[in-house]
Structure formats: structure tokens, C-alpha cells
Unconditional design. Structure first.
Lengths: 175, 329
């Protein structure tokens, strides 16, 4: 009798969790606006009709293509954020984020520089850019570079050397 | 929506969400575990007030990433942001509904509870004890007997000159019972014994300090509608517990019920529709409703006995609430 009560209580807890999950999912099912997760870059282009998505042509060998995660939104502001993992798929090592110039996105990259050691101006294919030599959580080196292009602010964060990061950035910017 | 990304904003949204969840789990637990005693119900209901107050800071301390977008996406079972951000034709109905509910409750708390307390505190004579006369040997004898049974220090009893039937306990360390001359004149000896035993029960339970602490939590969550409702249920549960203790001492539920009837208020008539009259009518009806519920409970109560508290069941409920709430952001 006592065990049955615990079992019954457990079932109610389980059902509550299922109902909560459904309730959490419901708004995304009825609304297309806002930041959502997409399976592929093709999906983002097809659904959100974003003309320009910044992708690097140069990939260090330890990176896996395609992106492990893509978050994007068209309304109220355009944002595309991609994460790439290392070959073992154990860690996010690169992120590329493009946001409308007027929009200060609350969506942060999974790898976010925490301690900035040095900031300096760089040139990315003739455009003025800003390089930050920094450390992530846990003291890992993670550097970032950002520049403006075609009405977007593009930011790349990589757990890699400055040289590799700049190579990736150069291959991402348009000619 | 920047506010709901801040620590305070997340605290507000999540504590309301956690209150709803805790209330649901507690009410389910009361039924599944068949909790019937007032003192056990009080312990369970206390969770609805306390847990949502402390869980968010605790969770954030354990996992600072819990407030992030990725936690909501990858790990959380329910994200309140999904609903607050829901936009219909450029309008965010659930955000405005949430703001309306929390704003209304905040206004009610301020007008109905905080302001009257400040007003009463400013008007209250600073040395209330001096206003009363010591009770006679009859009352002191009854209080002495009750105190011996309940194993408490004998509280002093003061009689104040008040036309209303009033009895209450003062103090948090050294207690005294204050009752009005009017009450003394209308109570029979048995009713008087029950009323004094009830006040002594409040002293045993340290109701003054408990209520003060619970009230503090409730004021801190002034925006939370669940806290507003649950605080009142807790106060009523506390009265039930003290009624049970009284009956266990006096073995006389009928006299306690009869003593309680004295405190029922006259509800103003409806001849003149004035806001002040309506307000008084609502307050009096609500007061009487709670008293009548206690009277009915005393008249129909089958058992005033005690059994050991089921801690394993209680801990199961607490664990379920804490674990589920962790995944509600």
C-alpha cells in the first residue's frame, strides 16, 4: 500500500514534467518569430530568407563541418549564430555570429572571452576590425575578431591562435 | 525584455513559476500521502512560501550558467521566457498578463498590509503593557494550570479596557496574554479556559515569531500571487493547530467553538452602496468565513490525536519540488 503511494506520486511527477515540456514547446510551435534552433544553413536560408550568411572558406583540420548548432532569427532582428566543435565533438572551439548593425543581441556565444588581455585594430580584407586576445572560462585562450560588413556586425570567437583566427576571418569576409 | 534577463527579473519570473509548481506538488502530496492533521499540513504549506524564496539563488550559486539561453534550450524542462516572449501581432499578451498580475498583487500587499502596519505602528502606544491591569486570581490560576500542562513559563495576563472582544499574545521571548474587559464579561469560565489555552498554544508554537518570519518572506515576495494566498492558508493552519492543542488540553471542543462565535463580526447591510461599506462587508464576511470554518471543524472533528510525522514522505515531496524546479527557468 505504501509502495503504491510512492509509485503514484512518481507517476504524477513524471506527468507534470511531460506537461511542463509540452507547455514550454507550445509557444515555439505557434510563433515563427524569435531565436530558434535550425538543423542546417540551408534551413536558415529557406525559412528565414536571409540572403547573406557569413561562412569561412578556410577551416582548420580539427574542426567539424557542418556547424554543431545554428541559432537564427529574422524578426524582430536578424541574427545567425553558429557553433563548431572539434573533431572529437567534445568542445565548441569556434563560433561565428552575425547580427544586424542596430541590434545588440542578448544571445551570447557558447565560447565567450572573459578576460581580455589585449585589444587591437586589425584589417580584414580592407575593413577595419577589432581583435581581442583573451581567455575563456577556465583560462583557455579564446580570441575574437569582429568587423562590420553589408549591414551586419560579424564576430568570430575561436579557441585557437591569433594567426589561425585571422585566417578564418579573412576567409569569411567578402572580397 | 532586458529586465527578465537580469538577476532580479529572473528571480521574479522564476519564483512565481516555482511557487505555482510547488503549490501543485504540495497539494498533490497532501492528497496522495493523505495528510489530514493541521500541523502536518502547515509543514507542507510552508514549502510553498519558503522554497520559491530560496531556490533561485541556490540554483544560480550551484550553476551560474542556469540563467543562460543555452540552459533554457538544452536542459530546462520549462522556460518562462518562451511564454513571456510570445508575440501576437506585435503584442506580448503573456508578458503583460504577468506584469498585470504581479503589479496588482504588489498594490494589494502595499495597500492592504504594509501601509496599515506602518499606520498602526505609528499610532500604537509604545508601552502597551502599562495600559492594562493585571488579571485576577481566577485567570492567573487557569493560566498556571494550562502552562503546567503545556510545559511553558507562566505568561502574565493583562486586561485592557476595550469595548470589542479582543484577546492576543504579545512578545517573542517573554510572552504575555492581553484580553479585553468586554471579553471577560461575556465568556463563561469554560470558554475563558479555552481562549486562554488557545493563546498558550500560540506561545508553545512560538506563533508570533513564526508568523513574523513567514510574513517577512511574504513581504519579500510582495509581487507573488501564490505567496499572498498561501500566507493566509498558513495563518489559518496555525489557528487549527492551536485549536487542536487547546482541545488536547481542555478536552472541550464545544466551549472553544462557542468562544470563537463571540469573535464573529456583524456584516454591514447593503442599503448604502459605499466603497468603505463594501470593503468592510467583504472583510467581515471573510473574517467570519474563517471563524466559521474553525467552528465547524471543532464541532465535527473526529480526532484530535497525534501521530508521528512522516519525514520520508515529506523529504520525497521536497526532493521532487527542488529537482523539478531546477529545470524550470
Amino acid at each position: 500500500m505504501k509502495i503504491r503511494r510512492y509509485f503514484f506520486f512518481g507517476i504524477i511527477v513524471f506527468v507534470t514534467l511531460v506537461v511542463l515540456s509540452l507547455l514550454s514547446w507550445l509557444p515555439s510551435a505557434v510563433q515563427r518569430e524569435g531565436i530558434r534552433r535550425y538543423r542546417s544553413i540551408e534551413d536558415v536560408k529557406a525559412v528565414l530568407k536571409i540572403k547573406k550568411i557569413f561562412l569561412p572558406a578556410y577551416f582548420p583540420q580539427y574542426l567539424i563541418w557542418p556547424p554543431s548548432e545554428i541559432y537564427a532569427a529574422r524578426k524582430p532582428h536578424t541574427i545567425v549564430l553558429m557553433h563548431f566543435t572539434n573533431f572529437k565533438k567534445t568542445d565548441t572551439v569556434l563560433s561565428i555570429r552575425q547580427t544586424e548593425l542596430s541590434y545588440k543581441s542578448p544571445l551570447k556565444s557558447r565560447i565567450e572571452p572573459v578576460t581580455i588581455k589585449k585589444r587591437e585594430e586589425v584589417v580584414i580584407k580592407g575593413r577595419k576590425g577589432l581583435l581581442a586576445v583573451a581567455l575563456c572560462h577556465g583560462g583557455e585562450p579564446c580570441n575574437s575578431v569582429s568587423w562590420q560588413e553589408d549591414g551586419y556586425n560579424v564576430e568570430i570567437v575561436a579557441k585557437d591562435s591569433v594567426e589561425e583566427l585571422l585566417k578564418i576571418a579573412e576567409s569569411t569576409a567578402s572580397d | 525584455m532586458g529586465f527578465f534577463s537580469s538577476y532580479i527579473g529572473m528571480y521574479m519570473a522564476q519564483s512565481v513559476g516555482h511557487s505555482v509548481l510547488t503549490l501543485f506538488v504540495v497539494e498533490v502530496s497532501l492528497r496522495v500521502w493523505e495528510v489530514s492533521e493541521a500541523k502536518d499540513k502547515f509543514r507542507y504549506r510552508l514549502l510553498v512560501l519558503i522554497l520559491p524564496f530560496v531556490m533561485f539563488p541556490l540554483f544560480q550559486f550551484l550553476n551560474p550558467d542556469r540563467g543562460s539561453f543555452y540552459f533554457a534550450q538544452d536542459t530546462a524542462v520549462f522556460s518562462s521566457r518562451n511564454w513571456l516572449d510570445l508575440s501576437v501581432l506585435g503584442f506580448r499578451p503573456f508578458l503583460y498578463l504577468f506584469l498585470l498580475a504581479t503589479g496588482t498583487v504588489s498594490a494589494v500587499v502595499l495597500l492592504q498590509e504594509v501601509l496599515p502596519i506602518i499606520r498602526d505602528w505609528l499610532r500604537k502606544p509604545q508601552k502597551q503593557e502599562a495600559a492594562g491591569r493585571p488579571a485576577g486570581p481566577l485567570i492567573e490560576g487557569i493560566v498556571g494550570e494550562i502552562s503546567a500542562v503545556l510545559k511553558i513559563d507562566i505568561p502574565s495576563v493583562f486586561i485592557i479596557d476595550d469595548e470589542h472582544p479582543v484577546i492576543f499574545t504579545m512578545g517573542t521571548k517573554e510572552h504575555s496574554i492581553v484580553m479585553s474587559e468586554r471579553l471577560l464579561s461575556i465568556f463563561s469560565e469554560r470558554e475563558l479556559r479555552c481562549a486562554l489555552a488557545h493563546e498558550a498554544a500560540h506561545i508553545v508554537r512560538r506563533s508570533n515569531i513564526t508568523t513574523l518570519l513567514v510574513f517577512f518572506v511574504r513581504i519579500c515576495m510582495f509581487y507573488n500571487p501564490i505567496s499572498l494566498l498561501e500566507f493566509r492558508k498558513l495563518v489559518q493552519d496555525d489557528e487549527h493547530i492551536c485549536d487542536d492543542i487547546t482541545v488536547s488540553v481542555t478536552k472541550d471542543p464545544a466551549s472553544l467553538a462557542s468562544a470563537l462565535r463571540v469573535f464573529c463580526l456583524d456584516v454591514p447591510g447593503h442599503e448604502a452602496f459605499r466603497l468603505s461599506v463594501v470593503k468592510e462587508a467583504i472583510e467581515s464576511s471573510s473574517h467570519n468565513l474563517l471563524l466559521n470554518e474553525r467552528i465547524e471543524r471543532l464541532e465535527n472533528h473526529v480526532s484530535f490525536g497525534y501521530h508521528p510525522f512522516e519525514w520520508v514522505r515529506y523529504c520525497t515531496t521536497v526532493a521532487a519540488i527542488v529537482v523539478m524546479s531546477y529545470f524550470v527557468v
